[in-house]
Ligand binder design. Structure first.
Ligand SMILES: *[C@@H]1O[C@H](CO)[C@@H](O)[C@H](O)[C@H]1NC(C)=O
Ligand SMILES: *[C@@H]1O[C@H](CO)[C@@H](O)[C@H](O)[C@H]1NC(C)=O
Length: 214
């Protein structure tokens, strides 16, 4: 559907943009916030255990792409259709290390969530950092629901009669089956080397500039 819609545009410019196999081509409004990107390819790369952020990042890098996000509702709708039902995938975005540190210091275990309420660590401000420079994240930030930001846990380590709490809070952005964003642990639990995510992540959403073959 989207491809059919975009084909005339591509035709008119006289240069056909080529995306990786099964990726969709989107026309974007170039601004300073998306590195003046006019056209962008987004698609899912299937792979196991994509809750492990370094693996998801690597899977996109292998395609010379980057973890990515949809930039508007039209892109999101098309990607939900492309993704298919019941699939959860890794997408771009994770908590900044500074907000994680602030949260561990101030809120962890207190049952409150005040770090995320206002200022730097509000989701609409600078809670998230992103890999991809070619996507304006405003649409994501405006759509991100505040629920499920915190699912706290820690591994207690006994040292000389004192328990040191090694905190772990989910901090990586994922897309659930219905296209809604969720926050999950970015790696395995070091305590037992097992995933402690709510869902199973079967792919990564990757973005790359199209090629323009002569
Ligand atoms: C910004 O866009 C240009 C193409 O217009 C691309 O070559 C460059 O790699 C992009 N920068 C980043 C950081 O992706
Ligand atoms: C999605 O999951 C539901 C509940 O687990 C199941 O009934 C349904 O058949 C699944 N759909 C697909 C397309 O796999």
């Amino acid at each position: 559907m989207i491809l059919l819609f975009l084909l005339p545009l591509v035709f008119l410019t006289g240069v056909s943009a080529v995306c990786p196999d099964k990726f969709l081509l989107f026309k974007r409004t170039p601004t300073a916030k998306n590195n003046f990107t006019k056209e962008y390819c987004l698609g899912f790369v299937p792979f196991f255990d994509m809750n492990i952020r370094e693996d998801a990042r690597s899977v996109c890098a292998f395609m010379e792409s980057s973890l990515a996000l949809p930039e508007n509702q039209q892109e999101l709708d098309a990607l939900i259709r492309l993704k298919g039902e019941n699939k959860s995938v890794a997408v771009d975005g994770e908590f900044s290390t500074r907000c994680k540190a602030k949260f561990y210091r101030e809120d962890f275990g207190s049952g409150t969530n005040t770090v995320f309420e206002k200022g730097e660590c509000n989701p609409k401000n600078d809670l998230f950092v992103f890999d991809d420079r070619n996507t304006d994240t405003t649409f994501f930030k405006n759509n991100f629901g505040h629920t499920g930001l915190v699912r706290s846990g820690y591994n207690g380590i006994e040292i000389g009669g004192t328990e040191v709490k090694l905190y772990r809070n989910p901090s990586c952005v994922m897309m659930g089956p219905d296209g809604r964003y969720e926050i999950e642990h970015c790696d395995l639990n070091p305590h037992d080397n097992k995933p402690d995510t709510i869902r199973t992540y079967v792919g990564a959403l990757c973005g790359v500039h199209p090629r323009y073959p002569k």
